[in-house]
Design a protein around this ligand. Structure first.
Ligand code: GP9
Ligand code: MN
Length: 714
């Protein structure tokens, strides 16, 4: 260390300032190129990317230059530097999981999801992440050993001002270039990716803070008059039920099965193992998909953003979109008024309702949100026997989850509206190391992809076991069972590695392909009817609620819903993504480019007719999303009088000691109790649930694995 000569420049305050600015710039650029997928595709965009950290970095650090006292000035500089690094790094880690940047709302809602996310944060770290922090050690040593000496001479105010002014100038230049390349960047806020690509993380965060403040104001300023426009949209957009199907499932129980992270490409997919042998990933769900009793949809898209599972729940239960940033559940779900499915079915048809989920009740703020949705019961992780063996960071594994749910399910009064939120098929798709091990791992450079098929297969078996129970207990015939994939399991950034498994060329994989991957399965299984089949209509999660309601014999006309009945003749073939992109049978608009579905190629020079069509589609999408945002952000349903629903008081709902209350209700109702337990002459049906591990289903796999293990030991 003694011989290392540090240039004199670094012993001046401005020199030290310059060093920090340079390092911060380098860290940002490093993250841009190694972590974020910003869709940079022209020389000018690369140029903007290279300069965009400069302005805010200079601006922030320059604050410390105004401080005259030596130690205070250096401390402030380092502190600002530290905060900027933390902000950058937090975004890096967050992006790995959500393919998105951290917003103020995410930070504000963070406490509520932290419990669950913390578990997976470690999984998101890489060894190379040390690069973001190693300089702190070097700087500390250099300062400690006086290799870098503190400069006692304050920077002249005029100089400090000049630096700040320079920062502002650079920013203006940056903004000018950005607007030239992508007009409307700030006014239309296409996406967070764009903001970061053009302005950098710091500017994005500041911009987001201003926007967040504004949205809080929106809620405060919303008035009953705002409902008029919403009602106009809804009545224009409403798709009349199809007589053939309306009421087909009247008075049946609803059993939703939330297929965590299941994408449509898994349907009928066979994974080839190293010996070339093929393994059907989801044999049971495939059989349901192709069953005549099932209305299946193969052009059904998820429409979630960063709220992932919770956004899917918002869509499925309300026919409203989540937010374009952060989680609607955490920001508004615990405050807003809703016209949710459980509440409507309760008030119109006397349904009871329940959610089953083997994870902490406050994850995604569910324990508050469900009260506002009108769910009578929520069986969260505390109702289950969850231990290290049968769970992972997102909660109880699916087989014990369904199995242990029966003791509660059998006591629900029928008809009921219920939702089972499975979770095992969740990132990082860790390989089972117990009796569930054995389904082959894929062989790509990406571990996340490799594990995805085995966990999906596990989910498939869990669902099959649950179905077997439903049949055994008699619930099956009186129920409609709805299965849906909530969102992608493999994020866009990983798809190139998936391409080959799908028989595609990874070098030709593009945004068009990414868009097509956003399909998720949607199936409505109605035992006893045979009018189902695979329907090719284009739609999304927002359309699920009106579709189901009409099957249940509830007309949705007077409710505020953004979607349309997929079985209606009036249904429009379109699926809007939350960021304003969309897919129709003919066109795909994704990441700012419009593609022709027939060729999969970008439309470089559209004909006049194409231009008009695409514009109309885009207008429809914008209108749908804007209307949804008005409703959700302004909490407008509190003003809606046309629904005929009595307002509900969330304080009337309580998710403690539900089992006791259910038993009491059964007793009170006596002969009139309709729970499956009562119908079974007060005998439990729990024993009718049969569960086996993967290796119990496949003894030869177990033998083989044991053999391999023995060989390894020898
Ligand atoms: C957690 C689970 C996962 O309880 O539902 O949610 P996700 O990470 O998919 O949004
Ligand atoms: Mn999910």
């Amino acid at each position: 260390m003694k011989n290392i000569k540090i240039p004199n420049l670094l012993n001046t305050r401005l020199g030290f300032f310059g060093l920090l600015a340079l390092l911060l710039w380098a860290k940002n650029i490093f993250a841009y190129f190694t972590e974020f997928n910003l869709g940079v595709d022209s020389a000018i965009q690369y140029f903007i990317l290279l300069i965009n950290p400069i302005a805010t970095t200079l601006f922030l650090l320059s604050i410390a230059l105004y401080i005259r006292r030596t130690k205070a000035s250096y401390f402030a500089m380092l502190f600002i530097y530290f905060l900027a690094t933390i902000l950058l790094f937090a975004n890096v880690a967050y992006y790995r999981e959500f393919t998105d940047f951290i917003t103020i709302n995410t930070i504000l809602g963070a406490g509520k999801v932290a419990g669950g996310l913390a578990g997976s944060t470690l999984e998101l770290l890489k060894f190379s992440d040390l690069l973001y922090f190693i300089d702190f050690i070097i700087l500390a040593v250099a300062l400690g050993m006086k290799k870098i000496r503190l400069d006692k001479r304050p920077v002249r105010a005029r100089t400090a001002l000049a630096v700040t002014a320079l920062a502002v100038m650079v920013f203006s230049g940056n903004l000018f270039l950005a607007e030239t390349d992508r007009s409307g960047l700030l006014t239309r806020t296409f996406s967070r990716d764009y903001l970061v690509k053009y302005l950098g993380i710091n500017a994005f965060t500041a911009y987001d803070a201003v926007q967040t403040y504004q949205t809080t104001q929106v809620r405060a300023q919303a008035s009953p008059n705002d409902m008029d426009e919403v009602e106009d949209y809804v009545s224009d957009h409403y798709a009349e039920p199809n007589d053939e199907y309306f009421g087909m499932a009247e008075d049946k129980n609803v059993i939703y099965i939330h297929l965590e992270s299941v994408q449509q490409f898994l349907i009928d997919y066979e994974l080839e193992d190293e010996n070339g042998e093929k393994h059907e990933v989801m044999p049971f769900i495939n059989s349901l998909f192709h069953d005549d009793s099932t209305f299946s949809f193969d052009n059904f898209f998820h429409q979630v953003a960063a709220g992932k599972t919770s956004d899917a729940e918002t869509l499925m239960d309300n026919s409203l979109f989540g937010l374009n940033q952060g989680s609607f559940f955490t920001q508004f779900g615990g405050k807003n008024t809703f016209e949710s499915a459980p509440n409507i079915l309760n008030q119109e048809k006397g349904y009871d309702s329940a959610v089953f989920h083997g994870n902490a009740g406050n994850f995604w703020n569910r324990n508050e949100v469900y009260k506002h949705f009108g769910y009578d019961y929520f069986f969260d992780g505390s109702y289950y026997d969850v231990n290290d063996e049968n769970s992972f960071q997102y909660g109880l594994h699916d087989k014990p989850f369904f199995e242990q749910s029966i003791q509660y399910l059998e006591h629900l009064q029928q008809p009921f509206y219920s939702k089972f939120v499975a979770v095992s098929n969740h990132y990082p798709y860790a390989e089972f190391t117990d009796e569930e091990a054995g389904f082959p791992q894929a062989n790509t450079p990406d571990e996340t992809i490799n594990g995805y098929f085995a966990t999906a297969n596990y989910l498939d078996t869990a669902v099959e076991e649950f179905f077997d129970y439903l049949k055994e207990s008699g619930l099956y015939d009186d129920s409609v069972i709805v299965l849906y994939g909530d969102h992608y399991g493999i994020s866009d950034g990983r798809n190139e590695n998936l391409a080959e498994l799908l028989g595609k060329d990874s070098s030709e994989w593009d945004e068009y392909d990414n868009a097509q991957m956003q399909r998720v399965p949607y199936m409505i299984h109605i035992p006893g009817q045979d009018k189902g089949g695979v329907n090719h209509t284009y739609g999304g999660e927002v359309d699920a609620m009106p579709t189901l309601m009409h099957l249940l014999g509830v007309d949705t006309e007077n409710y505020i819903q953004m979607g349309q009945d997929l079985l209606s003749d009036e249904h429009q073939d379109i699926a809007a993504f939350r960021n304003g992109s969309f897919v129709t049978p003919d066109y795909t608009n994704y990441s700012g480019t419009v593609y022709d579905n027939e060729t999969g190629e970008a439309i470089e020079s559209p004909t006049e007719e194409q231009e008009a069509t695409i514009k109309e589609l885009q207008d429809n999408v914008n209108k749908q999303l804007e209307t949804s945002d008005k409703v959700t952000q302004g909490d407008l349903l509190r003003f809606h009088t046309g629904s005929g629903l009595d307002p509900i008081d969330p304080n009337d709902y309580d998710y403690q000691d539900i089992d006791e209350r259910l038993h009491k209700k059964e007793e009170e109702l006596g002969d009139k109790s309709t729970s499956i337990y009562s119908e079974n002459d007060d005998e439990s049906t729990v024993d009718e649930y049969e569960t086996k591990t993967y290796q119990e289903y496949n003894p030869e796999v177990r033998e083989q694995l044991e053999e391999e293990e023995n060989e390894n030991e020898e």
